[in-house]
Design a protein around this ligand. Structure first.
Ligand SMILES: [Fe+2]
Ligand SMILES: [Fe+2]
Length: 267
C-alpha cells in the first residue's frame, strides 16, 4: 500500500484564496530595519505590574488634587487606552493586505505596548480616584467640570474611532499611519520631557518607560512612510498633509493648545 493516494486524474491544485484574506501564510521580509525594531520591542517592553505602586500614595494629595492628576491621565487615556484596539485593527488589516512580515509584527508590538500603556493609565487613575475616570461622585465644582470634560472627550474619541474604521479600508496603510505619526512624535517628546521634569519617582519611571516605547513607535512610522512614500499618489500625499494636521488637533488636548477647529473632523 502506498503512503499517498493520488487521484486518478492527478493532483488537483487548490484554488487561489479570495482576497483580502489572512491566507495564504507567508513571511516576506522587505525592510530588515523593521525586523530589527521588532526584536528590540520584544526586549525593551515593560510590565506595569512591576512598578512600585505603593510609592504612589493617594494620601499625599487633597481630593481636588487627586482628581486634577487623574484628569490628566484620563486625557492621556484617550490615546493610550484606544491604542490597543486601534493597532489591533491595523494588525489584522496588515495581515489581510499581505503586508511584509516585519510590518505585521511591528503593528503587533505596538498593540502590545499600548496595552501596557493602557494598563498604566488604568492603575494610576484607579489608585488616585477609585472608580475613575467616570464612575466617581464629584464633591466640588472643579471635580464636576473635570467629569463633564472627560465625558465630552470620550464622546469625541468615539467619533474618531468611527472615522478610523471607515478610513482603514479606503486608504493605504502608510497614509493611515501618518495620522498616528503626529501622536508618536508628540508622545515620545512629551514623555521624555516629563520624565525629566517630574519630581515623583513613580511618574518618572512610567514616563521613561512609555517614552522608550513611543520612540520605537515613531521609528516604525518613519520606516513605513519611507518605504511607501515613493508609491503614493499626489491625492494621497495631500491627504497625508491633512492627516498630520488632524493628528495634531487630536493631540492638542494633552499639549494644552487647542486650535480653533478642534473637533472639525475630516469625513
Ligand atoms: Fe502609547
Ligand atoms: Fe504609541
Amino acid at each position: 500500500m502506498s503512503e499517498f493516494e493520488i487521484p486518478a486524474g492527478g493532483l488537483v491544485e487548490a484554488p487561489a484564496v479570495a482576497q483580502p484574506n489572512i491566507f495564504p501564510i507567508e513571511w516576506r521580509c522587505e525592510t530588515p530595519k523593521l525586523a530589527e525594531i521588532y526584536e528590540r520591542a520584544k526586549r525593551e517592553g515593560f510590565n506595569p505590574a512591576d512598578i512600585n505602586w505603593s510609592e504612589l500614595s493617594p494620601e499625599a494629595w487633597s481630593d481636588d488634587e487627586k482628581v486634577a492628576i487623574m484628569y490628566w491621565w484620563a486625557l492621556l487615556s484617550n490615546f493610550d487606552s484606544s491604542g490597543p484596539a486601534v493597532f489591533a485593527r491595523a494588525t489584522i488589516h496588515a495581515w489581510e493586505m499581505h503586508e511584509e512580515d516585519p510590518v505585521r509584527k511591528c503593528f503587533f508590538s505596538i498593540t502590545r505596548d499600548e496595552t501596557n500603556h493602557e494598563e498604566t493609565c488604568q492603575r494610576v487613575i484607579q489608585r488616585l480616584v477609585p472608580n475613575g475616570p467616570q464612575g466617581f461622585t464629584p464633591t466640588s465644582e472643579l471635580q464636576r467640570v473635570a467629569l463633564n470634560n472627560i465625558g465630552w472627550l470620550y464622546h469625541n474619541g468615539g467619533r474618531y474611532w468611527t472615522g478610523y474604521n471607515r478610513a482603514i479600508d479606503r486608504y493605504p496603510l502608510a497614509v493611515i499611519f501618518t495620522s498616528f505619526m503626529m501622536g508618536e512624535v508628540a508622545s515620545s517628546t512629551l514623555f521624555h520631557g516629563m520624565a525629566h521634569a517630574t519630581t515623583h519617582p513613580v511618574f518618572r519611571e512610567i514616563f521613561t518607560k512609555i517614552g522608550r516605547d513611543e520612540a520605537r513607535h515613531l521609528q516604525i512610522c518613519i520606516n513605513l512612510l519611507e518605504k511607501e512614500w515613493p508609491g503614493l499618489t499626489d491625492e494621497h500625499k495631500t491627504f497625508i498633509t491633512k492627516q498630520l494636521r488632524a493628528g495634531f488637533v487630536f493631540l492638542s488636548m494633552v499639549l494644552w493648545e487647542p486650535p480653533a477647529q478642534f473637533w472639525d473632523l475630516p469625513c
